[in-house]
Write a protein that binds this ligand. Sequence first.
Ligand code: KMH
Ligand code: ZN
Length: 278
Amino acid sequence: MSTVIITAALTGPIATKDDNPALPTSPEEIAVSAKGAYEAGAAIVHVHLRDAQGRPTAHLDVARRVVEAIGEACPEVIIQLSTGAGLEVPYEDRMKIAEARPAMATLNPCTMTFGTGEFRNPPHQMRTLAARMMELGIKPELEIYDTGHLEMGLALLHEGLLAEPLQVSFVMGVRGGMPADPALLSYLVAHLPSGTNWQVIGVGKANLPMTSIGLAMGGNARTGLEDTLMLEKGRPATSNAELVARLVGVARMLQREPATVAEVVDILKLPSTPGRAG
Ligand code: KMH
Ligand code: ZN
C-alpha cells in the first residue's frame, strides 16, 4: 500500500452556519474540528480565519489564537493557514497571516474572477509574500485554479521563491477557474516537476468524483466543509471528520493508506514541530 496525504479544509471563506450548522468558525470550534479531522485520518488542517461575527478576516490576533487553539486541542496535526482568506480581505492584511508562523500556508499565484467576485493576487505583493514565507520557514501550498497558473508557479520556483518538493493543489470547479475535467488534470500532472506532491481540490459536487480520480492517479487528497457542505445531494455533512472518514474509505479501497504526520513531515520536508514554522 502506498501512502496518501489527507488534508481537511475545515472552514472556507464563503459558507456560513446558515448553510451548514456544522461549519466551525470560532478558534475553539475550529480546534475541536481539527482534532476530529485528525482522528479520522487527516494529517494537515487547512484553515480560514473568521471574526466574531463569522466573517472572513486576516487579523493577526485571530490567526495566532487559531494556531494556539489547534495546538492545544490537537498538537499532532500540521496547521496550514489560508492566505487566500476571503475575497473582500485586502492583500496587505492577508500577507500578515504569515506572521502567525503556521507550518504551512497557501500561496495563490494569480488574480482571477472567482464566482461573482474578484480574487486579487497582485504579482509583486504575491512575490513578497512568497519571500516572507520562505524567510519564516513556512511551507507554501501553491493553489492552481487554471492551467496557466502552473506556469506562474514554475516561474516562482525558477526565481527561487519556492523550494522543492513543491506542494500543489489543483482547484477544480470554481467559476472563473478551470472546470472539474479529468482531461485538464492529466495535462497539469504531466507538467509538474518530478517529486511534486499534488492533490485535487474538488469544489461542491465535484468534490467526491475529482478527489477520487486524483487518488486513483496517485495524488493526495483534500476534503472538508470548505470544499463541500454535502455528503451527497440532500444530505449535509455533519462534521469535517465525517467527510475525512469517507475520503479515507475511498483511499483504502484504492490501496492507499493515510500518511502519518511524521511521514508528511518527511515527505514535505517540514519543520519537526507540526503546528509551527521554523
Ligand atoms: N478556496 C478554495 C477554492 C486558499 O485558501 O488559499 C481554494 C483554497 C485556497 O482553499
Ligand atoms: Zn481555502
